[in-house]
Design a protein around this ligand. Structure first.
Ligand SMILES: O=C(O)CCC(=O)C(=O)O
Ligand SMILES: [Fe+2]
Length: 280
């Protein structure tokens, strides 16, 4: 049988925790090899994990800071729409919203995105560069900030809901998942060494808008805490994972589980600490 030469984010996390609890890298390596991993791959993976700083950081508990989204109650009165808070989680910080987009807005976003879809990429945890990846089988595209009236209106609404200025937001990304397609466990924040202060700094929050109902599958899952969000047209989930100290919340690991029936359309707004564009 071929030896295993790839490793999931979950297993990486488990390795970090195990190292942190005092188990030696060699013992973990031997364990991986016994489980069928390629020995060279296992040694290199351990070397990489021990060398990249995650092991020293992981002990440091993430400090949750207040976010001010529901300070005014559970109905948010944005300039053009009432948005309802439907569920909240404290660790990690997750807020679910309903009525963020109208059916027409969802359909229009899908129409505008359809012809521009490309295979999705992921960010390499070491280099920070975008690369194609087996764990992300969806197709996607980006709108430029305020590219057209619809996008500008949606971006203003997201800024009003989240209390983060529009210029802290990256261009809206639209993703399409067909049957069997998924986005495996990942963090939205950048690897620490790849945070660029001249481009708004670290990513600290994500607003994920659901553009259609999925017949089966396609939930967004937070595997460390067991929370699942069922896609529903016009609804959204906001999660927050970066604090003012520059720490990141590793409980925010999430994935999109494979679509079983129908298809899935979402739009993602990644939000950074500061204005991304002032240098431009
Ligand atoms: O499609 C989903 O449910 C998750 C998408 C996601 O995690 C992302 O765009 O960063
Ligand atoms: Fe994500």
């Amino acid at each position: 049988m071929d030896k295993i030469k790839n490793i999931s984010e979950e297993l990486k996390e488990w390795i970090i925790h195990t190292l942190q609890s005092g188990v030696s890298p060699l013992a973990i390596c031997n364990g991986l090899i016994k489980k069928g991993f390629d020995p060279k791959f296992a040694y290199e993976t351990l070397f990489e994990i021990v060398g990249n700083g995650s092991v020293t950081n992981i002990n440091h508990a993430y400090q949750y800071e207040p976010i001010h989204i529901s300070d005014q109650g559970n109905i948010l009165h944005t300039s053009d729409r009432e948005v309802y808070i439907r569920a909240k989680s404290i660790k990690p910080v997750i807020i679910q919203f309903e009525n963020v987009l109208s059916d027409d807005e969802c359909n229009l976003l899908i129409q505008l995105a359809k012809d521009r879809l490309q295979p999705s990429k992921v960010i390499d945890a070491n280099s920070g560069a975008e690369k194609a990846a087996a764990g992300r089988t969806s197709k996607g595209m980006y709108f430029r900030l305020q590219e057209n009236e619809l996008i500008a209106k949606i971006e203003r609404r997201i800024a009003e809901i989240t209390n983060y200025p529009l210029v802290n937001g990256e261009g809206l990304q639209v993703l399409n998942y067909q049957i069997g397609e998924e986005y495996k466990g990942h963090y939205d924040f950048f690897p620490e060494k790849k945070v660029d202060p001249s481009k708004g700094g670290q990513r600290i929050a994500t607003m994920l808008l659901y553009l259609n109902d999925v017949e089966a599958g396609g939930e967004t899952i937070f595997p460390k805490t067991g929370q699942l969000i069922v896609p529903r047209r016009g609804s959204a989930v906001f999660f927050h994972y970066g604090n003012s100290l520059g720490e990141v919340d590793r409980l925010s690991l999430h994935s999109s589980i494979p679509v079983e029936s129908g298809e899935k359309w979402v739009a993602t707004k990644w939000i950074r600490q500061h204005n991304i564009y002032h240098g431009a």
